[in-house]
Design a protein around this ligand. Structure first.
Ligand code: G3P
Length: 232
């Protein structure tokens, strides 16, 4: 199995899509596992808290939470701690997704809480400037996603390439280690290839995969494009 931080990386965010809930999450994760094994590309799935245990117990690929609350175990009704997602089988979490925004202080606390437990942090940002600010908090990965393109099928790598290149430029001034991804509207192998040609090391996507008529075919083409572009 590829190391957790091998590149290129494809992170599949199942969000709360009906198709990716419960057994749907397991079947989409199994497809991702098959493509990861066949293509040798680092593919991870980010699932709802209620599906972490079920998915992590069904597949041998990295499973991420979509959010954690930076709270110590104790009297925090309704919160989800880093300890809890780890106990369920997650190897990390998204942080600050545009659909689950946090304050800068909470972002720092979440990344620190994940680090303390050797869990992967995938920080989500919206602009090159917030990416540079977030990179200073030393997440393991950083995914820049212009919110206005999310769910549109119009890929950031084609519609707003300058957001991607500027993010890479500003982040690399602050942090040379963080794995830089981009997301929002990523829907084809060509979008993935373009994202990597613009200087990222992978992508974060949701609806194109979850709603695909042939998720295996789409993901296999994306993984091949990622591998071929990353080698260049
Ligand atoms: O987390 C990735 C997500 O926000 C992008 O959504 O549907 O445009 O791939 P989508």
């Amino acid at each position: 199995m590829q190391p957790l931080k091998s590149r290129p990386v494809i992170v599949l965010n199942f969000k709360t899509y009906r198709e990716a809930t419960g057994e749907g999450a397991v079947s989409l994760a199994r497809i991702a596992e098959r493509v990861r094994q066949e293509q040798g590309v680092n593919i991870m799935v980010s699932v709802q808290h209620t599906d972490i245990y079920r998915v992590a117990g069904s597949v041998n690929i990295p499973v991420l939470a979509q959010h954690i609350d930076a709270r110590e175990p104790g009297s925090w009704t309704g919160h989800v701690t880093a300890e809890a997602v780890k106990a369920s089988g997650a190897v990390g979490s998204l942080v600050n997704h545009s659909e689950r925004r946090l304050t800068l202080a909470d972002i720092g606390a979440c990344i620190a809480a994940l680090k303390r437990l050797d869990l992967l942090s995938v920080l989500c940002t919206d602009t090159p400037e917030t990416s540079a600010a977030g990179a200073a908090l030393a997440p393991d990965m950083l995914a820049v996603e212009p919110p206005e393109l999310i769910g549109t099928g119009i890929s950031v790598s084609k519609a707003k390439p300058e957001v991607v290149t500027k993010t890479v430029e500003l982040v690399r001034r602050v942090n040379n280690e963080v794995i830089i991804l981009c997301g929002a509207g990523i829907s084809s192998a060509d979008d993935v290839a373009r994202a990597i040609e613009l200087g990222t090391e992978g992508v974060l996507l949701a609806s194109a995969y979850v709603k695909a008529k042939d998720p295996y075919g789409l993901l296999a083409s994306m993984a091949k494009a990622a591998k071929d572009s990353f080698r260049r």
